[in-house]
Ligand binder design. Sequence first.
Ligand code: 5RP
Length: 224
Amino acid sequence: MTQDELKDAVAAAAIDEIRPRLERDSVLGIGTGSTANRFIDRLAPLRDDFRGAVASSEASAERLRGHGIEVFELNSVGTVPFYIDGADEVNAHLHLIKGGGGALTREKIVAACAERFICIVDASKRVERLGEFPLPVEVIPMARSYVARELVRLGADPVYREGVVTDNGNQILDCYDFPIDDPLTMEARLNAIVGVVTNGLFAARGADVLLLGTEQGVERTTPA
Ligand code: 5RP
């Protein structure tokens, strides 16, 4: 199967996961990226079975609206029963690296407000140790060089993602050559650097359910 077919399979599995629990007043949290897009497309026929969605990016909001799904501000919703999103890497504890698409801050905020975070990925995203994928860090623009120096002190090789401005008006540093043995500690340490808005480690609030697309079918797991 191709990677795209595996992404399709997990998007379909996520629909099966939430469908029995959808209520007319449900507002769903929806992530960002090519896997999340496939989920959005499969959600469209169910649009009359729930109230709407909160999106983790302008791009996803636009796609949802294009399907006739109402998009709400998170502040007017409070909590969401589900947050469905992809990831760049996932380990056995369902700790994640996210932010390859640059939406990490809003993704983390919506995930924080979710009763259940359902992560949908193809098998290439599963790793023993996080950090092969360069870890994104969103920074306030004036702090970029300072934060980069602090990241070097922590052992990373930060690279400015040139030309990218996040939905929040900020910039991104991608941390290369940065294997992460203790995601919980590193997430907190990175957050403590002045000028960091968010980092792409989702360990303090990882996924609750992983739907992993493999050649043998979709595997459903919960944290080890
Ligand atoms: C965007 C993300 C995405 O979930 C992550 O990059 C995976 O994307 P894709 O589903 O396209 O592989 O974190 O910021």
